[in-house]
Design a protein around this ligand. Structure first.
Ligand code: AR6
Length: 170
């Protein structure tokens, strides 16, 4: 099941929330800032111990004060025109989160719109990749079977709905 939700990702009742982090896992603004605020300072400590994460890759941590099981920190690409591997790197973020969630037997996972804020990825193109990766995961695997695209605003949610409709009609 794929769900489009408008709101704060830290308030969702899911097994895993995904954080759009930076390579140093140093915390920041946007969804990263919201997750660190909600999880409490122990999250920054856990991230410091991990040390960092390459673009397109993920690092899991506990969720501390957020009532979910895990946080998967992923580092999306900074948009630099699209010819520097941005689509593949963004797809890799989604793919790796879904693969780890399957290995960890997580039943539900919520994604923010990775790279669509400070990292400036064109929203429509990012949404296309996100939906594509999630669809092909669900064709292969039943776990995690509940996937949430968590958007901060209605305009972004509408892009996901349009893309999901387009995929269903294909
Ligand atoms: N819940 C869900 N979505 C949110 C929330 C929230 N609480 N807050 C913002 N968004 P961004 P990026 C949306 O900038 O582009 C950080 O400083 C937001 O509207 O958070 O991958 C990191 O430390 C947008 O659609 O992530 C990195 O340095 C989407 O989340 C850098 O930003 C992603 O925007 C990562 O940039």
């Amino acid at each position: 099941m794929i769900e489009v939700h408008v709101g704060d990702i830290t308030r969702l009742q899911v097994d895993v929330i995904v954080n759009a982090a930076n390579r140093r896992l140093a915390g920041g603004g946007g969804v990263d800032g919201a997750i660190h605020r909600a999880a409490g300072p122990a999250l920054a400590e856990a991230c410091r111990e991990i040390g960092g994460c390459p673009v397109g890759d993920i690092r899991p941590t506990p969720a501390f004060q957020i009532p979910v099981k895990r946080i998967y920190h992923t580092v999306g690409p900074v948009w630099r025109g699209g010819a520097l591997g941005e689509p593949e790197l963004l797809a890799s973020c989604y793919r790796q989160c879904l693969a780890l969630a399957r290995r960890e037997h997580m039943r539900s996972i919520a994604f923010p719109a990775i790279s669509c804020g400070v990292y400036d990825y064109p929203a429509e193109q990012a949404v296309e990749i996100a939906v594509e990766e999630v669809q092909s995961h669900l064709e292969r695997d039943c776990e995690p079977g509940h996937i949430v695209f968590c958007c901060f605003d209605e305009a972004m949610a509408e892009l996901y709905r349009l893309q999901l409709d387009a995929v269903v009609r294909r």
